[in-house]
Design a protein around this ligand. Structure first.
Ligand code: SIN
Length: 285
Protein backbone atom coordinates (compact mmCIF):
# COMPACT_ATOMS: atom_id res chain seq x y z
CA UNK A 1 0.00 0.00 0.00
CA UNK A 2 1.30 3.48 -0.90
CA UNK A 3 1.87 5.84 2.02
CA UNK A 4 2.41 9.12 0.13
CA UNK A 5 0.20 11.24 -2.08
CA UNK A 6 1.88 12.43 -5.28
CA UNK A 7 0.37 15.46 -7.05
CA UNK A 8 1.93 16.03 -10.51
CA UNK A 9 2.40 19.69 -11.44
CA UNK A 10 0.64 19.22 -14.78
CA UNK A 11 3.77 20.52 -16.54
CA UNK A 12 6.47 18.50 -18.29
CA UNK A 13 8.13 17.82 -14.91
CA UNK A 14 7.49 18.34 -11.21
CA UNK A 15 5.27 16.92 -8.50
CA UNK A 16 4.38 17.69 -4.92
CA UNK A 17 4.84 14.83 -2.48
CA UNK A 18 2.42 14.92 0.46
CA UNK A 19 2.28 12.91 3.65
CA UNK A 20 5.91 13.09 4.74
CA UNK A 21 7.46 14.92 7.66
CA UNK A 22 11.23 14.70 7.23
CA UNK A 23 11.72 16.02 10.76
CA UNK A 24 10.14 12.81 12.12
CA UNK A 25 12.71 10.57 10.46
CA UNK A 26 12.32 8.60 7.28
CA UNK A 27 11.30 4.93 7.18
CA UNK A 28 12.75 2.89 4.28
CA UNK A 29 9.33 2.35 2.74
CA UNK A 30 8.68 6.12 2.69
CA UNK A 31 12.14 6.88 1.34
CA UNK A 32 11.58 4.34 -1.48
CA UNK A 33 8.34 6.10 -2.48
CA UNK A 34 10.07 9.49 -2.45
CA UNK A 35 12.89 8.08 -4.58
CA UNK A 36 10.41 6.55 -7.07
CA UNK A 37 8.41 9.81 -7.31
CA UNK A 38 11.64 11.71 -7.83
CA UNK A 39 12.79 9.45 -10.68
CA UNK A 40 9.37 9.71 -12.32
CA UNK A 41 8.80 13.48 -12.03
CA UNK A 42 12.45 14.75 -11.99
CA UNK A 43 11.72 17.51 -9.48
CA UNK A 44 9.72 16.94 -6.31
CA UNK A 45 8.53 19.37 -3.68
CA UNK A 46 7.92 18.55 -0.01
CA UNK A 47 6.11 21.49 1.61
CA UNK A 48 6.09 22.63 5.25
CA UNK A 49 9.24 20.83 6.32
CA UNK A 50 11.21 21.69 9.43
CA UNK A 51 14.55 19.92 9.28
CA UNK A 52 17.89 20.19 11.01
CA UNK A 53 21.15 20.25 9.01
CA UNK A 54 21.74 16.67 10.23
CA UNK A 55 18.39 15.53 8.80
CA UNK A 56 19.16 17.33 5.54
CA UNK A 57 22.55 15.58 5.33
CA UNK A 58 20.95 12.23 6.20
CA UNK A 59 18.42 12.58 3.35
CA UNK A 60 21.24 13.49 0.93
CA UNK A 61 23.29 10.50 2.08
CA UNK A 62 20.37 8.19 1.40
CA UNK A 63 19.94 9.64 -2.07
CA UNK A 64 23.58 8.83 -2.88
CA UNK A 65 25.99 10.75 -0.62
CA UNK A 66 27.19 14.33 -0.78
CA UNK A 67 29.50 15.90 -3.39
CA UNK A 68 31.77 18.56 -1.84
CA UNK A 69 31.20 21.99 -3.38
CA UNK A 70 33.88 23.84 -5.36
CA UNK A 71 33.28 27.15 -3.51
CA UNK A 72 33.88 25.97 0.06
CA UNK A 73 33.83 29.53 1.44
CA UNK A 74 30.03 29.49 1.11
CA UNK A 75 29.54 26.21 2.94
CA UNK A 76 27.87 26.13 6.35
CA UNK A 77 30.64 26.64 8.96
CA UNK A 78 29.44 23.74 11.13
CA UNK A 79 28.16 21.48 8.34
CA UNK A 80 30.50 21.82 5.34
CA UNK A 81 28.35 19.35 3.39
CA UNK A 82 25.71 22.11 3.17
CA UNK A 83 26.23 24.93 0.68
CA UNK A 84 24.44 28.17 1.45
CA UNK A 85 22.68 30.21 -1.21
CA UNK A 86 21.84 33.49 0.42
CA UNK A 87 21.68 37.24 0.00
CA UNK A 88 22.15 37.80 3.74
CA UNK A 89 25.17 39.59 5.17
CA UNK A 90 26.58 38.79 8.61
CA UNK A 91 29.42 40.81 10.18
CA UNK A 92 29.93 42.49 6.81
CA UNK A 93 30.39 39.18 4.99
CA UNK A 94 28.01 37.34 2.64
CA UNK A 95 26.47 34.36 4.40
CA UNK A 96 26.28 32.38 1.18
CA UNK A 97 26.57 32.51 -2.58
CA UNK A 98 24.19 35.19 -3.75
CA UNK A 99 22.06 34.54 -6.79
CA UNK A 100 23.63 31.25 -7.78
CA UNK A 101 22.40 29.72 -11.01
CA UNK A 102 20.71 32.68 -12.67
CA UNK A 103 21.40 31.29 -16.15
CA UNK A 104 20.02 27.96 -17.41
CA UNK A 105 22.32 25.13 -16.37
CA UNK A 106 22.63 21.73 -14.81
CA UNK A 107 24.72 21.49 -11.65
CA UNK A 108 28.43 20.77 -12.02
CA UNK A 109 28.35 19.33 -15.53
CA UNK A 110 32.02 20.37 -15.55
CA UNK A 111 32.99 17.35 -13.40
CA UNK A 112 33.47 13.72 -14.54
CA UNK A 113 30.55 12.37 -12.52
CA UNK A 114 28.02 15.22 -12.24
CA UNK A 115 25.66 15.09 -9.26
CA UNK A 116 22.64 12.82 -9.54
CA UNK A 117 20.50 15.48 -7.91
CA UNK A 118 20.47 18.61 -5.79
CA UNK A 119 18.40 19.17 -2.67
CA UNK A 120 17.47 22.64 -1.50
CA UNK A 121 15.70 23.67 1.70
CA UNK A 122 14.09 27.12 1.93
CA UNK A 123 14.78 28.83 5.27
CA UNK A 124 13.78 32.30 4.05
CA UNK A 125 11.91 33.25 0.88
CA UNK A 126 11.67 36.85 -0.41
CA UNK A 127 8.09 38.05 -0.14
CA UNK A 128 6.35 41.36 -0.57
CA UNK A 129 2.65 42.20 -0.53
CA UNK A 130 1.66 38.53 -0.60
CA UNK A 131 3.89 37.75 -3.60
CA UNK A 132 7.02 35.58 -3.48
CA UNK A 133 10.18 36.20 -5.51
CA UNK A 134 13.27 34.20 -6.44
CA UNK A 135 11.39 31.37 -8.18
CA UNK A 136 13.36 28.47 -9.63
CA UNK A 137 12.48 27.27 -13.14
CA UNK A 138 13.04 23.69 -14.29
CA UNK A 139 13.12 22.51 -17.92
CA UNK A 140 12.70 18.83 -18.78
CA UNK A 141 15.57 17.61 -20.95
CA UNK A 142 13.62 14.36 -21.40
CA UNK A 143 10.56 16.08 -22.88
CA UNK A 144 12.94 18.18 -24.98
CA UNK A 145 14.68 15.08 -26.33
CA UNK A 146 11.37 13.33 -27.07
CA UNK A 147 10.23 16.37 -29.09
CA UNK A 148 13.29 16.33 -31.39
CA UNK A 149 12.80 15.26 -35.00
CA UNK A 150 13.96 11.74 -35.91
CA UNK A 151 16.64 13.29 -38.14
CA UNK A 152 18.02 15.31 -35.23
CA UNK A 153 17.99 12.26 -32.93
CA UNK A 154 20.07 10.40 -35.52
CA UNK A 155 22.44 13.38 -35.96
CA UNK A 156 23.11 13.51 -32.20
CA UNK A 157 23.84 9.80 -31.82
CA UNK A 158 27.32 9.20 -30.36
CA UNK A 159 28.24 12.91 -30.10
CA UNK A 160 30.15 14.15 -27.07
CA UNK A 161 30.39 17.74 -25.87
CA UNK A 162 33.21 19.45 -23.94
CA UNK A 163 32.07 21.04 -20.63
CA UNK A 164 34.32 23.71 -19.12
CA UNK A 165 34.31 25.03 -15.55
CA UNK A 166 35.92 28.38 -16.46
CA UNK A 167 33.34 28.87 -19.24
CA UNK A 168 30.56 28.43 -16.66
CA UNK A 169 32.06 31.13 -14.47
CA UNK A 170 32.72 33.38 -17.48
CA UNK A 171 29.06 33.07 -18.45
CA UNK A 172 28.10 34.27 -14.96
CA UNK A 173 30.64 37.11 -15.12
CA UNK A 174 32.52 35.48 -12.23
CA UNK A 175 35.63 34.12 -13.91
CA UNK A 176 37.85 36.57 -12.02
CA UNK A 177 36.83 34.82 -8.75
CA UNK A 178 38.54 31.61 -9.87
CA UNK A 179 41.92 30.79 -8.43
CA UNK A 180 44.55 28.97 -10.50
CA UNK A 181 44.15 26.03 -8.11
CA UNK A 182 40.40 25.85 -8.82
CA UNK A 183 41.08 25.90 -12.57
CA UNK A 184 43.66 23.13 -12.24
CA UNK A 185 41.28 21.06 -10.14
CA UNK A 186 38.61 21.35 -12.84
CA UNK A 187 40.02 20.34 -16.25
CA UNK A 188 37.63 20.17 -19.23
CA UNK A 189 35.43 17.07 -19.28
CA UNK A 190 33.47 15.35 -22.02
CA UNK A 191 29.88 14.05 -21.74
CA UNK A 192 27.45 12.59 -24.29
CA UNK A 193 25.25 15.21 -25.97
CA UNK A 194 22.37 12.82 -25.30
CA UNK A 195 22.70 11.10 -21.94
CA UNK A 196 20.88 7.98 -20.88
CA UNK A 197 19.34 8.54 -17.46
CA UNK A 198 21.09 6.12 -15.07
CA UNK A 199 17.90 5.28 -13.12
CA UNK A 200 15.08 5.50 -15.69
CA UNK A 201 16.87 4.76 -18.97
CA UNK A 202 15.22 7.84 -20.54
CA UNK A 203 17.20 9.92 -23.03
CA UNK A 204 18.10 13.48 -21.95
CA UNK A 205 19.75 16.32 -23.89
CA UNK A 206 22.88 17.37 -21.99
CA UNK A 207 24.41 20.52 -23.47
CA UNK A 208 24.56 24.14 -22.35
CA UNK A 209 25.28 27.14 -24.50
CA UNK A 210 28.24 29.11 -23.12
CA UNK A 211 29.48 26.21 -20.96
CA UNK A 212 30.01 23.59 -23.65
CA UNK A 213 32.97 24.84 -25.63
CA UNK A 214 32.70 22.36 -28.49
CA UNK A 215 31.77 18.91 -29.74
CA UNK A 216 34.49 16.30 -30.08
CA UNK A 217 35.54 15.84 -33.72
CA UNK A 218 33.27 18.61 -35.05
CA UNK A 219 34.33 22.05 -36.29
CA UNK A 220 33.24 24.89 -34.01
CA UNK A 221 31.46 26.45 -36.99
CA UNK A 222 29.05 23.50 -36.87
CA UNK A 223 29.27 22.58 -33.18
CA UNK A 224 28.55 25.96 -31.55
CA UNK A 225 25.32 26.64 -33.53
CA UNK A 226 24.20 23.06 -32.77
CA UNK A 227 24.83 23.58 -29.01
CA UNK A 228 22.88 26.84 -29.19
CA UNK A 229 19.98 25.26 -31.09
CA UNK A 230 19.69 22.44 -28.54
CA UNK A 231 20.05 24.81 -25.57
CA UNK A 232 17.26 27.06 -26.92
CA UNK A 233 15.09 24.01 -27.61
CA UNK A 234 15.39 22.67 -24.02
CA UNK A 235 13.96 25.87 -22.52
CA UNK A 236 10.85 26.06 -24.68
CA UNK A 237 7.87 27.03 -22.47
CA UNK A 238 6.14 23.64 -22.86
CA UNK A 239 9.06 21.86 -21.11
CA UNK A 240 9.13 24.16 -18.06
CA UNK A 241 7.86 23.96 -14.49
CA UNK A 242 8.20 27.13 -12.40
CA UNK A 243 8.56 26.62 -8.67
CA UNK A 244 7.24 29.36 -6.41
CA UNK A 245 9.03 28.88 -3.12
CA UNK A 246 7.50 28.90 0.32
CA UNK A 247 9.48 28.81 3.54
CA UNK A 248 9.85 25.14 4.58
CA UNK A 249 9.97 23.77 1.02
CA UNK A 250 12.43 20.96 0.47
CA UNK A 251 13.02 20.34 -3.21
CA UNK A 252 14.98 17.59 -4.93
CA UNK A 253 15.87 18.10 -8.59
CA UNK A 254 17.45 15.79 -11.12
CA UNK A 255 20.56 17.05 -12.87
CA UNK A 256 20.32 14.70 -15.85
CA UNK A 257 16.60 14.99 -16.61
CA UNK A 258 16.47 18.77 -16.06
CA UNK A 259 18.12 22.11 -16.48
CA UNK A 260 17.22 24.91 -14.06
CA UNK A 261 17.71 28.59 -13.38
CA UNK A 262 16.90 30.94 -10.53
CA UNK A 263 14.90 34.12 -11.04
CA UNK A 264 16.88 37.16 -9.92
CA UNK A 265 14.01 39.55 -9.16
CA UNK A 266 14.59 40.52 -5.50
CA UNK A 267 17.03 42.54 -3.40
CA UNK A 268 17.57 43.18 0.30
CA UNK A 269 15.61 43.95 2.43
CA UNK A 270 13.81 40.97 0.80
CA UNK A 271 15.70 37.98 2.19
CA UNK A 272 16.44 34.66 0.48
CA UNK A 273 18.31 32.00 2.42
CA UNK A 274 18.64 28.38 1.30
CA UNK A 275 20.54 25.27 2.36
CA UNK A 276 21.63 23.13 -0.56
CA UNK A 277 23.37 19.79 -1.00
CA UNK A 278 24.60 18.07 -4.15
CA UNK A 279 24.23 14.29 -4.31
CA UNK A 280 26.73 11.92 -5.98
CA UNK A 281 26.03 10.77 -9.50
CA UNK A 282 27.43 8.16 -11.84
CA UNK A 283 29.64 8.37 -14.92
CA UNK A 284 27.70 9.66 -17.90
CA UNK A 285 26.72 7.39 -20.81
C1 SIN B 1 21.19 26.65 -8.23
O1 SIN B 1 21.24 26.87 -9.43
O2 SIN B 1 21.80 25.72 -7.76
C2 SIN B 1 20.38 27.55 -7.31
C3 SIN B 1 18.99 27.72 -7.73
C4 SIN B 1 18.26 28.71 -6.89
O3 SIN B 1 18.86 29.44 -6.09
O4 SIN B 1 17.04 28.77 -7.01
Amino acid sequence: MKVLEIIPSGDACGAEVRGVDLGEGLKDVVFDEIDAAFNKHSVIVLRNQSITPEQHIDLSDRLGGIVPHTFSEFCHPDYPQIFRISNLIEDGKPLGYEKAGVTWHTDQSYIETPPRCTTMFALEVPEKEGKSFGDTLFASTVAAYNALSDDMKIRLRGLKAVHQFAARKRRLGRESELSEAQKLLNPDVVHPVVRTHPFTGRKCIYVLEGECTGIVGMDDAEALPLIKELSDHIIRPEFIYRHKWRQGDLIIWDNCALQHRAESDYELPLRRHMHRTSVNGTSTF
